[in-house]
Structures are given as structure tokens and as C-alpha cells.
Design a protein around this ligand. Sequence first.
Ligand SMILES: Nc1ncnc2c1ncn2[C@@H]1O[C@H](COP(=O)(O)OP(=O)(O)O)[C@@H](O)[C@H]1O
Ligand SMILES: [Mg+2]
Length: 539
Amino acid sequence: MSKNTIGRVIGETNTRNFQFTVEEGEEPAVFEYVKISIQDQVDGEKKSQDVLAQVIDIQRRNPAMENGTPIEAVETMTEQGIDNTNTVARAQVIGYMGATGVTKPRYASKPGTEVEIAPDQFLENFTTVQDGLNIGTMLTRESVNAELDVEGLNRHLAILAATGAGKSHTTGVLIEELLEKGASMLAIDPHGDYVNMSQEKNEGFEHTDKIRVFKARNPGGDEYQIKVKTSKLGWRKLSELAGIREDFTNQRKIMRNAVNHIKEEKGENYSYSLEDVIDTLEKIQDDLILLDGDEENKTETVEHAEKVQFKIERLESYGIFGTTEVNFDSLLSPQQLTVLDLSGIPFKAQDLIAELVLERIYQARVRHSLGESGETYDYPVFTIVEEAHRLCPSSSSRSESGPRTKEKLSEIASEGRKFGTFLTLITQRPSKIDEDVLSQCNSMIVQRIVNEMDQSSIKAASESMAGGMINELPGLNVGDAIITGPAVKVPSTVHVRERKTEHGGDDIDISRKLSQAREDSLENENTTDKLGDEDTLDL
Ligand SMILES: Nc1ncnc2c1ncn2[C@@H]1O[C@H](COP(=O)(O)OP(=O)(O)O)[C@@H](O)[C@H]1O
Ligand SMILES: [Mg+2]
């Protein structure tokens, strides 16, 4: 027997699975990679092939220690070292390196065949690619790198896992690797998970200056403010956003007339602001402007204008409407990550920004691909969407008016590949994301998932996630991942590497804040009651 042999195939085998009995002391870990030799038909000849397989289940049993065995007997046997433990592992066949890449054998393994631990070099043939993205090491084998094939990302990627399992960390690793390769990336980031990426954590990452952060709220020194160019939206879209439904014909008319009035005064191409619209609405109410057909229903017109003004003021409070549009060069650039930090603004505002940016990027790529003039972009774009289930919910969980971004994401999911626009969708609720969009994500990085509904959605969406692997999802630790699809040569279980940049989106450190609160409270102890005698709570 070869020195690496840990067991021999037993029982019934088929082309997909086999079981093997394990030698005492050689028990493999679950997910360990093994090598066995299987006869397969190659060019009309039967040849013996070295096949990679992965342990997916291990069972140990001592026939002398069954359920009914009294504890005294178990104690005696253990003390006297009588051990008949029998270990059986189940392995899933992955394939061998054939002339056209990884090939599945069409013959089953023969009982009695030796099973070896797969040597590192043998395993590497399956886990590394030329010019690959180094995202970590194989789960049971720190000595073997795990790499993603950039070419495989053209069929979109989904990163799926429960909260805290490591999705954002993994995405950060992917971004670091893609930056090294020169990729143009945009992250739609509702929690500010990627705003700290411009801070280097370990030595040796040169691209921290290639992270550009746009914030919807409260941008700091190096950050840019996200603003939507109001006039680009036009009165229809503004009405829709403000909740002036199509059947509110009078309010819509006022809105149209107000915008037309501004254009008449300031010119067709004037970039008006929401303040301009509000001013005009106020003037209508103060009888300073007469709009067509107003005369007979003056009181009604004033009432409608008041309602419209109220709705537009509510829009204005989002704080995202402006009069200029960012240059495309600032929005996207080769070897750059643009982070759109949408934290702190209402969901509707996040949705609008995401929709507009995705549309702009996608159209620039479509024009480039079709050789059209206008705003174009020369390089493929990787678009990363955090909390994708919120912007792209499944139809069943969609309320009456779903997010605007959903349509754009669906379009990019089905057509983006042709135009070099690739999605990375991240979610902790795979069962809540649109199933068509999810099934367009041919590559998946799946981390720990406990919820059964989420597990079934992954199974339904993924062709290459075998049933046995789904069962292992709850058992993964933080940073562990199962990767399937065209981004890897074979379905791989990996441990994602450490980050080179800072991980963002840190939660508030509760115990530190509490201790600070205790100190502050101690300091204030001797100050007098601030509310006075007549304590009231005016909210
Ligand atoms: N591969 C990893 N190596 C080291 N730490 C990790 C790894 N993956 C995740 N973590 C840590 O675990 C925590 C949760 O990860 P995070 O990516 O924020 O989870 P999620 O986005 O899925 O909620 C973070 O503190 C992160 O730094
Ligand atoms: Mg996260």
C-alpha cells in the first residue's frame, strides 16, 4: 500500500459517489480531498485515471458500543483499550484532468481501490488558474491556494451567507484582487461596508488610493457628495418619486406646468433644482403666477399646488437632489473602486440613486459595444450590490411598487454579459432575492447558511451545488466558503484569506460605548436636575 493511502473503497459505488473504510488513525476531516484511480474510456481505450474526490461525510461506529450497551461495559472496554471502531467516509467524485479540462469519469470506482489523501500538487491542478484571483486557501489544506478565474466572472457572481459569516469580508478580498488586475468597479453600499478600504491593513497593498468614496450623507474630507441632477429626471419622474400618482391628474398637471414655467423663464436647458420647483409652487399659491386654465378654479389650483409642494418638500428632505451631474470619469475609472455609500438616507432615495447609476453605466457600456456616440466607457465594469435582496426582491415579497433598481438589475443580469457589465450580488436572504436574477449568477460563493428556505433557494438556483454540499452549509465557520460555477474549475471549499485593507461597516462597539456612558454619568452626578420642578416630556 502507498504511504499516502488512508483507506479502501467499499460497498456500492456509482460514478458520483463512493464510500471507503478508513485505516485507524488516518481519519480524514470532512471536506478533505482524496485521490483514487478509476478506469475510464479515453479515445476508445480504457485507461486508469487519477480522480479527485472530496470527503463529504464521515461515520464512525464501534459494534461493541451500540445504543443499548451498558455504561459499565463501555467503561471497561475503553479502560482495557479494546477498540473496534470502524470509520467509513463518503466521498463525492469531482473528476480528472482530461484533454479538455476537468472530466467526470463515466465508470464507477471499483471496491477495494486504494484511497489516498490528494497530494498538494495534484490538488493545485484543480484549484488554481492562470492569472487567477487569490482569495484564500483550500479549507482542509492551507498549503494549497484557492483561486478564482476572472474569465468566469462574466456570468455574474452571487455571494450568499447568513449575517456575520463573512460576505463583506470576502467581497473586500475580491475587490483587492480585482484592483490588482486593473478592474473598474462600482459598489452600491447601503451600510458603508467598503468606505474603509482606502486604509491599508497589512503591508503590501498598493492600491488604497484607488478607492473613491461618494456619500449620500455627510461626506468627509476626501469623500464626494452624491447628488442627483434634478432636471435630468423631468416632471414625470419627479412626480412619481414624490408619490404623485398618475391618477392624481390635477397634481400632475400642476407639476408639469410648474416645470414648464421654469423652463420658459430660464431656458429649455436650465438645470433647475427642487428649490426652483418649490418657489414656483409657492408663487402659484400666492397668485403671483397664472398657469393656463387656472382662472376659473383658482381655489382648487391653490389647494393642489399646496399638496404638490408638500410632497416635493418631502423629496427635498432626502438631501440627494442637486443641479449637477458627476463626470463619468469620476464615476468610473480603470483600476478603481467607486463606493456609493448610501447609508443614512431613506430606502427610496437609495433605490433612485442605484437605478440612475446602474442605468448610466450600463448604457455607457452598451454604446461602447455598439460603437455608438455619447457617453461611453471602454472597459468592462464589475458592479457590486450589497443587500441585493432589498433592491431586487423576489416577486412574492414585492410590495405594490417594487424598487426601481430591480428592473435594471434584471436587465443587466440577462444582457450585461454581452456588454461587459458584470454583477456581484450579495445577500443574507437568498430566498428573498428575485429567483431569475439569482439563477443568472452562475458563480456562487456560499458561506454559512442555517435557514432552510435560503438553502433551498441556493439549491434551486445553482446547477453545480450538489445536494451533499448544501447539507454542509450550516457547519461552515466564519470565513469558510463553498465556491461553484465558472469562476472555479471544480466546486471548491475554501477559507477566505485575511484582508489587506480595512474591513468597514463596523458595528458600534456596545461595551465601549456603555463604559463611556458610565463615565459621563458619573461626571454629571452632581449637577442639578435639568428639567426643574414641572417635569414634562415634550416630544
Ligand atoms: N476570512 C476571514 N478571515 C478573518 N476574519 C473574517 C473573515 N471573514 C469574516 N471575518 C470577520 O468576521 C466578521 C463578520 O464578517 P462580515 O464580512 O462583516 O460578515 P457579513 O458581511 O456576512 O455579515 C468581521 O469582523 C470580519 O472581519
Ligand atoms: Mg456584510
